[in-house]
Design a protein around this ligand. Structure first.
Ligand SMILES: Nc1ncnc2c1ncn2[C@@H]1O[C@H](COP(=O)(O)OP(=O)(O)OP(=O)(O)O)[C@@H](O)[C@H]1O
Length: 324
């Protein structure tokens, strides 16, 4: 278990991590989600004792990282896959790590096998592709057979096969009862991988919720209807007890209604329809609304999901906290 309590990091005027408190629990994959610059990497560096908090505290199974004996056997991390001595072979890189942490040589062979790098184990890391580098970084994280694993954006730049492999690995590590903490800025990726979600924006906690709850709250199903006779359709639906929401482009959104039912009502009252389409709100949109206020650099498109809806975003964030 990883526990953060009021964790804060300032760089001069900049508050990179702002009073974060949450726990990362064993037996599940916890997704750590936030837009670019939200403070995910800084938080992970503080967990590993690589950055000193300005305030607050973080513990790994109740202990500070720098007081752990043989830390690689408690927590393994992939923070930056490029942080490997390029002149060393994959085998020698892992062997150095193993020897300086009291880990037997045989374990090097095991983790190379787990990540599928055995055939290239004697090749120099500088010749590795991005995907091979990620695999080597993950092998390093697994080396001490730790109960806690932490990955910072592990699927960045990987091809679909590599992404699938990492996803499956994280799930299987969690299924073994381990604590798996993985950062991403992609909601769609987390929806496929994580059991629990911690969302931050500008260093602050926005949500701490189960993935199932997030999906249930945000998978809004509705029917989109367009008609050249909006007043008539509105009256017909109201008479049937169906309330509609008018969208900016003149269409209607009907919550909880069936497309067939709406189509039949319209036909019965001779209302012409130009569109009748069932819709499902995307989780990516929900994430963008939640973090809208805290995105560091906006593209000003005028109508993007990152543009408005700040009050809704704030209230959703409040509602989610602590519901895990
Ligand atoms: N050493 C530093 N000195 C000054 N500012 C820093 C430093 N490290 C990070 N920051 C700032 O702190 C904020 C959080 O950065 P961090 O890298 O933790 O975010 P992130 O969520 O990991 O982002 P990304 O998804 O882009 O990697 C950013 O505004 C960043 O510019």
């Amino acid at each position: 278990m990883i526990e953060l309590e009021g964790l804060t990091k300032r760089y001069g005027e900049k508050v990179a991590v702002n009073n974060l408190s949450f726990a990362v629990r064993p037996g599940m994959v916890t997704g750590f989600l936030g837009p670019n610059g939200a403070g995910k990497s800084t938080t992970m560096r503080m967990i590993l004792g690589l950055d000193r908090p300005t305030a607050g505290d973080v513990r790994i199974d109740g202990t500070h990282y720098d007081r752990l004996k043989d830390p690689l056997t408690y927590i393994g991390a992939l923070l930056d896959a490029k942080a490997v001595h390029g002149g060393r072979s994959a085998f020698n890189h892992l062997l150095c790590l193993a020897q300086s942490n009291g880990i037997p040589r045989a374990r090097v062979h095991e983790v190379l096998d787990t990540v599928g790098l055995t055939p290239v184990a004697r090749k120099k890391a500088k010749g590795f592709s991005l995907g091979m580098g990620q695999r080597l970084g993950i092998a390093g994280a697994l080396l001490g057979d730790p109960r806690i694993l932490m990955f910072d954006e592990p699927v960045n730049g990987l091809d679909p096969e590599g992404i699938h492999w990492i996803r499956t690995l994280m799930k299987s590590l969690a299924a073994q009862g381990r604590t798996v903490f993985v950062s991403s800025h992609l909601m769609s990726e987390m929806a496929l991988t994580a059991d629990h979600l911690v969302v931050i924006g500008q260093g602050r906690l926005l949500a701490d919720t189960s993935m199932a709850d997030f999906i249930q709250r945000n998978s809004r199903a509705y029917v989109r209807v367009r008609t050249p006779q909006p007043e008539q359709l509105s009256d017909v639906l109201a008479a049937a007890g169906i309330t509609v929401v008018r969208t900016g482009d003149g269409a209607f959104e009907v919550d909880g209604g069936k497309a067939e039912h709406i189509g039949e009502l319209a036909a019965r009252h001779q209302v012409v329809l130009h569109e009748l389409s069932p819709q499902q709100a995307s989780l990516e949109e929900a994430f963008m609304r939640l973090t809208a206020e805290s995105v560091e650099y906006h593209a000003h498109s005028g109508s993007g999901a990152t543009g408005g809806d700040a009050p809704a975003a704030r209230s959703w964030g409040e509602g989610w906290k602590g519901e895990g």
